[in-house]
Design a protein around this ligand. Structure first.
Ligand SMILES: [Ca+2]
Length: 190
């Protein structure tokens, strides 16, 4: 990505736009991430809509912490592709060494913005590798394929955060619909 000279602060709208652009450069669309969030959350809440997942992914992509993690992670992957990383860490990144773990740390930090459930949901995606996560993981391991050592975790974490946000919104709506259990009356004669 072309550097925007003299700036380090961006608005929420700019961070969303720049994150979508960087993801596209690394072959991932917003819809790819929403699909993972939907697949995860629909297991627990069959009433959720794809639009809620798309909205949540957009929201998370506009957060400053997401911006920093995604931009740094994607740039490390890009530099690895171009052979610009020096020293022993190059082969570790290039081969996506299983014992590396700093990529998972980026993912955990991002998903952690949505609490313990966010982290747990990230763990589920990290282990089961649904949809685009599997593609990124396979592509990264393929000789000559694009490096996704950081991106698979970052994309998984954004999906986990979005899935958790959808669950929080659903819980909030459920709480509003049924404000108190005391109002439910049992007919003991039935
Ligand atoms: Ca990884």
């Amino acid at each position: 990505m072309k550097r925007e000279q003299g700036r380090s602060l961006y608005s929420r709208e700019e961070m969303l736009r720049l994150n979508i652009k960087t993801l596209q450069e690394r072959t991932v669309s917003l819809q790819d991430i929403a699909d993972v969030a939907f697949r995860q959350q629909a297991k627990w809440n069959p009433d959720i809509s794809m639009q809620e997942c798309v909205d949540s992914v957009e929201k998370i992509l506009s957060l400053r912490d997401t911006f920093h993690i995604l931009q740094l992670g994607a740039e490390i992957d890009r530099l690895t592709d171009e052979g610009q990383i020096k020293g022993p860490i190059y082969e570790i990144l290039k081969t996506d060494l299983g014992m590396f773990g700093i990529d998972e740390l980026f993912g955990l930090e991002l998903a952690g913005m949505y609490g313990t459930i966010g982290k747990t949901n990230f763990g589920d995606i990290d282990v089961n590798k649904p949809l685009v996560i599997d593609r990124l993981n396979e592509e990264g391991k393929h000789e000559g394929g694009m490096c996704h050592t950081f991106l698979d975790d970052i994309v998984g974490a954004i999906a986990a955060a979005a899935s958790t946000r959808v669950a929080q919104i659903e819980n909030e709506e459920a709480a509003r619909k049924d404000p108190t259990i005391k109002e439910i009356k049992l007919d003991l004669d039935v």
